[in-house]
Design a protein around this ligand. Sequence first.
Ligand code: CA
Length: 222
Amino acid sequence: MTKIAVIEDDKLYNEALCISLKKEGYTVESGFSADDGKSIAASYPDLVILDLGLPDGTGIDVCRYIKGISDIPVIFLTARDEEADMIRAYDNGCDDYVVKPFPIRVLKKKVEAVLKRHSSGKSAILYKDLLIDCEKRTVSYKRREIRLSAREFELLEFLAKNKGQILSKETLLREVWDSKGMFVEENTVNVTINRLRKKIEPDVSNPMFINNIFGMGYKFGE
Ligand code: CA
C-alpha cells in the first residue's frame, strides 16, 4: 500500500488532508513539526506532503534531510506570501507544490502525478552499496556483480521496492510467485530468502538487507 506522510502544523488542515488521502486508499502518517517530518522519513513513506513553514524549522530543511535518506518525493504546501521561497525548495529536491488554500482534488492529482513519475523513472535501487538495476535485472554489491536466479531477483526487487515495509510470507508468495502463475508451498519463501541472503548479505548471521520480523514477515532495510 502506498504510504503518504503529511507534515503540517495546522491541526485542522492536517486532519482534513489525512482524511481525504485515506479516502483515496492511501496509508497516511501525520506529523506537525520539522522534527516529526524527520522521524517519519525514517519509515520510508512513498511520498511526503510538507508544509513550508513549521514551528521548529522550515520545510526546506526537512526536505533536504529526507532526500539525504532516500529519494522520497516531496510536495510542498505553501502560503501565497511564501511562494518566492519555492525556488529554494526546488534547489533542495522538492518535486511539486501547491499554494494554500487549494482545492483538495488539485492536491490529489499532484500526488498521483508525482507518484507515477517517480515510480516510472525508478529503474535502479541503491541501498548501502547494494545496487539493484531493475531494467537490466542485475544486482551488484560494492560494484561486484552477484548472480541471482530469476525468482531470487524478483523477490529482492519486490522487497527493495517496498523498502521499510513489513511484508508477510503470504504477500511475498502472492506477489512474487502466484502473480506469475506459479503456485508453490509457503516454505518456498523461506528457502528462497535464505538462498538470497547467502548471496547478498556480507554477514548472513547479521543481515543488513533482508530482516526477519518475528512472526510477521520480512523487511528490506531498517
Ligand atoms: Ca505552517
